[in-house]
Design a protein around this ligand. Structure first.
Ligand code: FES
Length: 137
């Protein structure tokens, strides 16, 4: 049986997760779009037409340990695995800085470590695109 303190803590967390999960919000309440990637021959692909808003999207695939942060820069794309290189917590996306909620590491939006304890940059993917799709490997 939950005591009052545990119940309040659990209810509060569930409410935040539910609210953020339903409307796709980050910790600073910016809308985030999720795209599902197909995987074929070790290449993930997302349809450009599904990317309807924002400077970045999060790419999901069941085989990934964490979402991929996909950001458009002019005519190229940056793709970073949102798995912290310190102890593998899921890093929270942002337009400029990506933050790890576990021990406070921060990464630039191109994946470089800005603040430890992480010492290695985020894993990045090679990207290329055609008329209809963005591909990641
Ligand atoms: S797991 Fe990210 S800072 Fe420790």
């Amino acid at each position: 049986m939950l005591d009052r303190r545990k119940f309040m803590k659990t209810s509060s967390l569930a409410g935040t997760a539910l609210c953020c999960g339903l409307v796709g919000l980050t910790s600073n309440c910016t809308a985030i779009q999720y795209l599902d990637a197909t995987l074929e021959d070790q290449t993930m692909s997302v349809e450009k037409s599904q990317w309807t808003e924002g400077e970045f999207v999060l790419v999901r695939n069941p085989r990934l340990p964490a979402p991929i942060y996909l950001r458009k820069n002019d005519d190229n794309y940056t793709a970073l695995l949102l798995e912290c290189t310190h102890k593998q917590c899921e890093v929270r996306p942002g337009t400029q800085v990506l933050k790890c909620p576990c021990h406070g590491s921060e990464f630039s939006n191109s994946g470089q470590v800005l603040t430890g304890p992480a010492e290695k940059d985020l894993i990045s993917f090679q990207t290329w695109h055609d008329q209809t799709h963005i591909h990641l490997r």
